[in-house]
Design a protein around this ligand. Structure first.
Ligand SMILES: Cc1ncc(COP(=O)(O)O)c(C=O)c1O
Length: 479
C-alpha cells in the first residue's frame, strides 16, 4: 500500500504512518497475517528515520493490529476481532499475561497430534471406546425415567449420587463416609484445582511426587506455589525423603497418588503408607490422596487407601470415574472433614454453580447398579491383557534398549530408554512414524523416560505402536 506523508501538518510522522496502515487493515487492503515492509526498507522509501517506523509499528502492536515475529518481521495480526478505531485490545498480550498458566506447548501439540486418525495414541491417559460401559449406560437411559430436579442442585452435588458414592467407597475401599463429607467435582482435576485455590496461598510449599501427573503441575504454578519433589521408587515415595524435605522447608501439603501412580504405575507399600500417615500427624501437614486408579488393580487387591487408615482426619481423598467408567462424564469427588468440604463447595459454587445433573444422575444409576461390579471385573481383565501386550512387545522388540517397571494396575507404563537420548526428538521422530507417547520430562525432572498408556489403544494398535516407536528409537543409532 502507498503511504503519503504531510510534513506541513502538526501530526507526528509516526502517527501518520500508523494511521494509514490501520486504515489499510480496516479496509481489508492489508489482510491478516500479511507482512509489513521491513523497518529499514520503509524508512528509506519514506525518507524518515528507522526509529520513526519502529514507533509506528510499536503503536500498531500496542493496539493489537500487528504482531512482531522474532527474526521474521512484523505481520498483520490474525486475531483482530470487532475492528473499530483504536479500541482493539491487544489480545496477544492478554493471552500471555493471564495469571492462569497455559499447558506446556508440547502438551498442546500432543493433544492436537493425537486427534489425527492415523496416529496410534499411546499418550492420552484415558480408556479406549471399547472399554467404556456404553451399552450399560444406554440401557439405563432406556429403562429408567429421569425425575430429578433441574434447578441448581445441592452445593455438595446430587444427594442421590453422594449416597451411592458413600456406599461405593465403603464396599470397595473400606472407607466409612457420610454423604455430607463428599463433594462432587468435575473430575479429579477440579478437585485438585479447588484444593489448591481454596486451601493454599501463593508462596506455600507443597511436596509432590517426581515424576507426577502432568496436568496438576500448571495448577500449582498458576497458584504461585513452591513445589518440592519427592522421588518415586517401585514402592512409591520414601518417607525418609519427606523427613529430609521437612527439615529444610515447611511442607504445607503433601500430594500423593499411591495406587498405580501416574506415570510410574507403582503402588505404595503398606509400610510406607503407615509411616507417611505418622509423619503427617507428627508434622501436621495434610495429605491429598489422589486415587483415580485403585479399582483397576489387576488382582483385585485395593489399597488400603491412606484415607481408610487415617484415624485423625489428616487425609483429603480424591477419586473419579474417569479411569474406571468414562472420562467424558466428568465425575469426580473429594472426601474430607466437613469444614473443608464446605469451603471447597463454596469455591465450586463460585466457579460453576455445581455439576450438571445429567452426568451425576447417570453416574449414580450405574455406580449403584449390579452391572458396575461386572464392569470392573471385565475392565481389569481387559487392561491386564493390554498391559501384557505392551510388555511383551517391548520385551521382544526393545529388550536391549529399554527398562521398565511392570504395573499391576492402572493404565500407564513408565519406560527408561537405556541410550542417552533427547526424548523430545524421539517423540518427533515417533510421531513421523505415526505413534505418540508422553516424554517423561514433562511429568518431572527425570530425563530419558517415556510414558506409554495401554488403556487408550486396542491390542493390535499397541503392538503396532511399539513397532513404530522402536523404528524411531533405532533410527537414532544410525545417526
Ligand atoms: C493422578 C491423576 N489425578 C487426576 C487426574 C484427572 O482426572 P479426571 O479429572 O479426568 O478425573 C488424572 C488424569 O489423568 C490422573 O492421572
Amino acid at each position: 500500500m502507498e503511504i503519503t506523508l504531510d510534513r506541513s501538518i502538526k501530526k507526528p510522522i509516526y502517527k501518520q504512518i500508523a494511521e494509514q496502515i490501520e486504515k489499510g487493515i480496516i479496509s481489508g487492503e492489508l489482510p491478516s497475517d500479511h507482512p509489513l515492509p521491513p523497518e529499514r526498507k520503509l524508512s528509506k522509501k519514506l525518507n524518515v528515520n528507522r526509529s520513526t517506523i519502529v514507533t509506528a509499528y510499536d503503536e500498531l502492536q500496542s493496539i493489537g493490529l500487528v504482531v512482531r515475529k522474532k527474526g521474521s518481521g512484523t505481520y498483520i495480526s490474525t486475531n483482530i476481532w470487532g475492528l473499530s478505531h483504536k479500541r482493539i485490545p491487544n489480545w496477544e498480550r492478554y493471552v500471555e499475561d493471564g495469571s492462569f498458566f497455559p499447558n506446556l506447548p508440547l502438551v498442546q501439540k500432543l493433544r492436537n497430534e493425537t486427534q489425527k486418525n492415523k496416529m496410534i495414541n499411546l499418550a492420552s491417559g484415558e480408556l479406549s471406546p471399547e472399554l467404556l460401559p456404553s451399552d450399560q449406560l444406554t440401557s439405563i437411559l432406556k429403562e429408567n425415567p429421569f425425575h430429578e430436579h433441574l434447578g441448581y442442585d445441592h452445593p455438595l452435588g446430587n444427594e442421590g449420587l453422594r449416597e451411592t458414592i458413600s456406599k461405593h467407597v465403603e464396599t470397595y475401599k473400606k472407607m466409612v463416609v457420610r454423604p455430607e463429607s463428599i463433594l462432587i467435582t468435575s473430575g479429579a482435576q477440579q478437585a485438585i484445582h479447588l484444593i489448591v485455590q481454596c486451601l493454599l496461598k501463593p508462596g506455600d510449599t507443597v511436596a509432590i511426587e517426581n515424576p507426577s501427573y502432568s496436568f496438576s503441575l500448571p495448577v500449582f504454578q498458576s497458584a504461585g506455589l513452591r513445589t518440592l519433589l519427592l522421588p518415586i521408587d517401585e514402592y512409591g515415595v520414601n518417607p525418609e525423603d519427606i523427613i529430609s524435605l521437612q527439615k529444610k522447608h515447611r511442607i504445607r501439603m503433601l500430594f500423593l497418588n499411591p495406587d498405580f501412580q501416574n506415570p510410574t504405575g507403582t503402588k505404595m507399600s503398606l509400610e510406607r503408607r503407615k509411616r507417611i500417615l505418622e509423619l503427617s500427624s507428627e508434622y501436621g501437614f495434610p495429605i491429598i490422596e489422589d486415587d483415580p486408579y485403585s479399582l483397576t488393580s489387576f488382582e483385585g487387591e485395593i489399597g488400603p487407601t491412606l484415607k481408610s487408615m487415617d484415624k485423625s482426619g489428616n487425609v483429603l481423598y480424591i477419586s473419579s470415574l474417569s479411569k474406571v467408567v468414562a472420562s467424558g462424564l466428568r465425575i469426580g469427588w473429594v472426601i474430607g472433614p466437613h469444614k473443608v468440604i464446605e469451603r471447597l463447595s463454596d469455591g465450586k459454587q463460585q466457579v460453576d454453580f455445581g455439576h450438571s445433573i445429567f452426568p451425576q444422575w447417570i453416574a449414580g444409576q450405574f455406580l449403584g447398579s449390579s452391572q458396575f461390579d461386572q464392569h470392573i471385573l471385565d475392565l481389569r481383565k481387559q487392561l491386564k491383557e493390554r498391559r501384557n501386550v505392551l510388555v511383551s512387545a517391548l520385551e521382544i522388540l526393545a529388550k536391549n534398549e529399554t527398562n521398565f517397571f511392570i504395573p499391576q494396575g492402572g493404565i500407564h507404563l513408565w519406560c527408561k530408554i537405556k541410550q542417552e537420548i533427547d526424548e523430545y526428538k524421539l517423540l518427533e521422530e515417533s510421531m513421523k512414524n505415526g505413534v505418540a507417547f508422553v516424554p517423561g520430562n514433562i511429568m518431572g525432572s527425570k530425563m530419558g523416560f517415556v510414558r506409554f498408556t495401554y488403556g487408550r489403544g486396542d491390542k493390535q494398535s499397541i503392538k503396532e505402536g511399539v513397532c513404530r516407536f522402536v523404528r524411531a528409537l533405532q533410527s537414532f543409532d544410525r545417526q
